[in-house]
Design a protein around this ligand. Structure first.
Ligand SMILES: Cc1cc2nc3c(=O)[nH]c(=O)nc-3n(C[C@H](O)[C@H](O)[C@H](O)COP(=O)(O)OP(=O)(O)OC[C@H]3O[C@@H](n4cnc5c(N)ncnc54)[C@H](O)[C@@H]3O)c2cc1C
Length: 465
């Protein structure tokens, strides 16, 4: 591949911007650097059948909506998005050869699949394949301990992260964009979770920034809808995390609490970079000796939201219905699966990965390992969330439960959190017959807690022997 000079030079430079998880033109270093370097750009998206198969319906629909949005953004430059189907290892070099591109610019990703794919392409294209880190605030390797690795404890990582200035990268320059749409955009067959495209994402950020001051005290309550719901925008890259930090800032406690969540996001990404097996193996390897129950009927009840614990069922039904779930509820349902039902965390990780519109291997596996107590800086295994206390604390009036478990709509707090303790007249007045209209709890929490603590203790003991 011939390397071109930049715009001031004598050679016309053609570049490909290969969009992956950065479906935006604003604050996108891969796009900005290509627009600065090249006279003409091909904006390419490769629909990889392996990735499409892995994505559930929510993520596929949201992806298509964002591709349409990206195409709209590119029309402002007089061009279109080229969509090609197949393996990137074949298509990217082929498009580069056809259009005579001397530069392929992309944003790097931390997943093992993406790294493997990108290293194959690097082998083929050499220095003409340039990567940026526009989808994290700080790239892997920027926040290391004195021993040169990513801290396994979050607080020192966050302290170091906070001291770093925001990264800088090139600004967008005017550039011509090709009109070839390749195999064309897939049609949108159902409504996406959120309106597609970076403009809609920017509106969501703006709307959140007006209420960000209250994030700290309201974020734990799923019924309040007080979090940003920007996770899918970060997942698809319709927003850059750098933009979020710059827009929200840390001037109030609520804003600082929000930015801290983005530190968690970077942390899990850095950990996956360093530990590519994060999604498959427990970081605390001795805990891979746990003798899981993995009961098929329990797993089905959890997935379908009929465990008999209303807060858990509300969360699982929200996930199945919308493709998204509030963080507090994600923690509660994950803990219920692993620690009440004694099911291997990987079963839950896979289910989430399929259904979540924001599914992201680093965030998903990192959080599952955190909840399961198998990961870095995780909840100690003997700390088992009580699904009823979680419900009473974070959904005190049962508003969230009623939104997703309508058969309990007529039951008042406090009984809505544990309908099996409700007086018969409360159940009758609410039209609930336990075991018929709503299930009995599938497990007794106190029994489950001690079973789990024993199973974890035994796994740890085996290693110590
Ligand atoms: C078991 C489990 C699985 C999860 N799987 C995913 C996943 O696949 N993809 C994903 O993006 N998040 C995941 N999370 C993290 C978190 O639940 C979501 O990011 C959050 O609920 C998204 O809502 P929001 O955008 O309104 O968050 P906000 O509260 O507004 O936070 C802003 C952003 O910070 C980041 N963030 C917030 N909480 C976390 C966290 N605990 N870990 C890492 N980053 C965080 C997200 O990018 C989020 O969009 C998971 C959490 C748990 C407990």
């Amino acid at each position: 591949m011939v390397r071109g000079t930049n715009k001031g030079g004598w050679m016309t430079t053609r570049a490909i911007v290969w969009f992956r998880r950065d479906l935006r033109l604003n604050d996108n270093p891969a796009w900005a650097s290509a627009s600065e370097m090249a006279d003409r750009v091909t904006a390419l998206y490769v629909l990889d059948p392996t990735l499409l198969r892995a994505a559930g319906e929510f993520r596929r629909t949201q992806l298509i909506a964002h591709l349409h949005g990206l195409d709209d953004s590119l029309r402002q430059y007089g061009g279109r998005l080229m969509v090609r189907h197949g393996k990137a290892e074949v298509i990217v070099p082929e498009v580069a050869a056809t259009c005579g591109a001397t530069l392929v610019s992309a944003n790097a990703d931390v997943t093992p699949y993406a790294r493997h794919r990108d290293s194959a392409i690097k082998d083929l294209l050499g220095p003409g394949f340039q990567r940026w880190w526009g989808n994290l605030v700080h790239p892997p390797g920027a926040v290391l301990t004195a021993k040169g690795r990513t801290s396994r404890v979050f607080t020192p990582f966050a302290a170091k992260w906070n001291r770093l200035p925001l990264p800088t990268w090139p600004e967008n320059a005017p550039v011509a964009v090709d009109n070839d749409t390749g195999e064309g955009l897939p049609t949108l067959e159902s409504g996406p979770f959120q309106e597609g495209g970076e403009e809609a994402a920017a509106d969501r950020l703006l709307a959140f920034s007006r209420r960000a001051d209250h994030y700290g005290e309201t974020r734990e309550f799923p019924a309040l809808d007080s979090t940003s719901v920007l996770s899918a925008d970060l997942r698809f890259g319709t927003l850059a995390p750098r933009t979020l930090v710059a827009t929200i800032g840390t001037t109030t406690g609520g804003r600082a609490a929000f930015v801290r969540q983005l530190v968690w996001r970077d942390w899990y990404a850095h950990l996956l970079w360093e530990l590519p097996s994060l999604a498959n193996s427990s970081i605390r390897t001795e805990l891979d000796r746990i003798r899981w129950e993995n009961d098929a009927a329990d797993i089905a009840a959890w997935k379908e939201g009929r465990t008999g614990y209303p807060f858990i069922d509300a969360g699982m039904r929200q996930l199945a219905r919308t493709g998204w779930m509030h963080n507090r509820v994600r923690m509660a349902v994950a803990s219920f699966l692993v620690k009440d039902l004694l099911v291997d965390w990987r079963v839950g990780e896979k289910w989430f990965r399929r259904l979540l519109v924001d599914a992201d291997i680093a965030q998903n596996a990192g959080n599952w390992q955190w909840v399961a107590g198998t990961g870095p800086d995780a909840v100690p295994y003997f700390r088992v969330f009580n699904p009823v206390l979680q419900s009473e604390k974070f959904d005190p009036d049962g508003v969230y439960i009623r939104a997703f478990v309508p058969e309990l709509a007529g039951i008042r707090a406090p009984w809505i959190h544990k309908p099996w303790t409700a007086p018969v007249w409360e159940l009758a007045a609410g039209g609930v017959t336990l075991g018929t209209t709503y299930p009995h709890p599938i497990i007794d929490h106190r029994f489950a807690r001690s079973r789990t603590v024993n199973a974890y203790a035994e796994a740890t003991r085996v290693t110590n022997d």
